[in-house]
Design a protein around this ligand. Structure first.
Ligand SMILES: NC(=O)c1ccc[n+]([C@@H]2O[C@H](COP(=O)([O-])OP(=O)(O)OC[C@H]3O[C@@H](n4cnc5c(N)ncnc54)[C@H](O)[C@@H]3O)[C@@H](O)[C@H]2O)c1
Length: 281
């Protein structure tokens, strides 16, 4: 196994790094001395990211497109000369609705980004990380990969699948010094969540968390960087929640969040639970 010098000098790829949690992960790695490349599907976000952080190389790629991922890894080879760490961060919320109402194209798009994208990136990253003498793969799942999320089944299905992929790859690649771990964020304030989560829902989630504060992208980023450090060299195959203690509170599923997001009546009606027509959102 190669000598472990810590984060400085590590070559890191972060998918969907131009915004949200991915941006925090990329910049935290770079600030710790890593050489970082990001990809993103959003050209405008990439341009403003590059202006802000010219020290981090960036290129366009939709992780759900095999050809674009192939081109991304050619760029990574040119820019970084190899790879020590892959952060599979890209993920979309997917459609909302009962399984029988979800359009096939919407289901497929969610699985394509949230699951297939991890596969396309990991299959190319793995030989590079092995050739580097070992390293780390960090996958972003979600609280929805730990609990059921009614009316958000494609997202939950993909995020639970990420857990199985993490465990399997950890066993497969451990002998080559490649560690594979998974982070499950709770509600984290980003532009995207800010637009879709009402202040009332955000307050409710804070009240439900043991630590009584909302999550910020840097809360997730600091764990991602820690998982790539020598201090974590005996940690693999693990699924770690970064959620302020939300999922250790008594909560059977995320249906209360669905009720707040999509309307209590609609959700209670969809789930056949008492209260439809009477509950306040
Ligand atoms: N924010 C949260 O509360 C939260 C909670 C649990 C899990 N997560 C997971 O964390 C990860 C990051 O979430 P976020 O909230 O920062 O995301 P976000 O919605 O803020 O998006 C971040 C970036 O992803 C890019 N992106 C979207 N689709 C892409 C694709 N197909 N290929 C490449 N880039 C793409 C966007 O352009 C954007 O710049 C996701 O996997 C998400 O499921 C987030």
């Amino acid at each position: 196994m190669k000598p472990d010098f810590g984060v400085p000098g590590q070559r890191v790829l972060v998918t969907a790094g131009a915004g949200g949690i991915g941006k925090a992960i990329a910049t935290t790695f770079a600030d710790a001395g890593a050489r970082v490349h990001i990809c993103d599907v959003d050209q405008t976000a990439l341009a403003s990211f590059s202006k802000e952080r010219p020290d981090i190389s960036a290129s366009i790629a939709d992780v759900s497109d095999v050809a674009q991922v192939d081109a991304l890894f050619e760029t990574v080879k040119r820019q970084l000369g190899g790879l020590d760490v892959l952060v599979n961060n890209a993920g979309i919320a997917g459609p909302t609705g009962r399984i029988e109402d979800i359009a096939i194209a919407d289901w497929e798009r969610c699985i394509a980004v949230d699951l297939n994208g991890l596969y396309y990136c990991t299959r190319l990253a793995m030989p590079m990380i092995k050739a580097a003498g070992g390293g780390s793969i960090i996958n972003l799942s979600s609280a929805a990969g730990r609990l059921g999320f009614p009316l958000r089944s494609p997202y939950a299905a993909a995020k639970w699948a990420v857990v199985g992929l993490t465990a399997s790859l950890a066993i497969e690649a451990g002998q080559d010094g490649v560690r594979v771990n998974c982070i499950q964020p709770g509600f984290v304030h980003t532009e995207a969540t800010g637009n879709s989560f009402s202040p009332a829902l955000a307050d409710d989630l804070v009240a439900r968390s043991a630590l009584r504060r909302s999550g910020q992208p840097h809360d997730v980023a600091s764990l991602a960087v820690h998982l790539a450090k020598p201090e974590s060299s005996w940690i693999t195959g693990q699924v770690i929640a970064v959620d302020g203690g939300m999922t250790v509170q008594p909560m059977a599923d995320l249906s209360e969040i669905s009720r707040r997001l999509y309307g209590a009546d609609a959700v209670d009606d969809a789930l056949g639970r008492p209260g439809a027509g009477t509950a306040a959102s």
